[in-house]
Design a protein around this ligand. Structure first.
Ligand code: ADP
Ligand code: MG
Ligand code: MG
Length: 191
């Protein structure tokens, strides 16, 4: 995947988040404050309007800076910072071979910024499983990603607003895990 394709796909996430806004809102209403759909749509509307770049790194950096300045809430800095971190990798294209470097960098950035580890019922759980999946030599499909998000249902939240729900968070999917499915799909599909 070259820079132009990446930029187009990231801009097109605006349409995905338009379609999925209500779904994400409902997930965040159950174990949060009900704004994750609005937050993600606001962020990717801004990406559609403002993100630019001629190289993979420039596109990722521009996207990250735009997300940081447009999304309120916990997810804005987490997504924004992670895209800026991925911009630090130096490749002309994203390929099946180097994809694991991007996903691994994304994972480490969320861990650093969110002070989070696996099993805390966040977007991080999807990144962790995606990294393991790629490192085991598998392709990352949308079905795999969706399963990783579904797996957060069984967990008790210990980070973010969902942690206030304690054991009542069990049985609900984490909203950030679901938005991460859409974001990782764009990075990993048909590269
Ligand atoms: P807010 O919780 O501030 O309203 P959002 O609703 O946009 O922000 O995002 C909530 C999502 O952010 C959660 O579903 C979770 O995946 C993620 N999240 C929250 N806190 C953390 C954290 N410390 N580390 C990793 N992810 C987190
Ligand atoms: Mg919220
Ligand atoms: Mg909020």
């Amino acid at each position: 995947m070259n820079a132009e394709t990446l930029l187009n796909r990231l801009k097109d996430l605006k349409n995905t988040f338009e379609t999925e806004e209500q779904n994400l809102t409902n997930l965040d209403r159950a174990i949060g404050d009900g704004d994750h759909g609005v937050n993600m749509l606001r962020g990717f509307k801004a990406v559609d309007e403002k993100a630019s770049g001629e190289t993979i790194s420039d596109v990722l950096k521009s996207t990250g800076m735009t997300l940081m300045s447009s999304i309120g809430g916990a997810s804005g800095p987490l997504y924004g910072f992670s895209f800026v971190k991925m911009a630090g990798l130096d490749h002309d294209e994203i390929t099946q071979e180097n994809l694991k470097e991007y996903v691994n960098t994304f994972k480490d950035a969320v861990a650093t910024r969110g002070k989070v580890s696996g099993g805390e019922k966040t977007m991080y759980d999807v990144l962790l499983k995606a990294t393991e999946h790629l490192e085991n030599g598998h392709q990352l499909t949308e079905e795999d990603l969706q399963q990783f998000a579904e797996d957060t249902k069984a967990l008790e939240a210990t980070k973010g607003r969902a942690s206030y729900f304690k054991k009542d968070s069990i049985g609900h999917m984490d909203p950030g895990a679901q938005s991460m499915v859409y974001v990782l799909k764009v990075l990993s599909e048909d590269v």
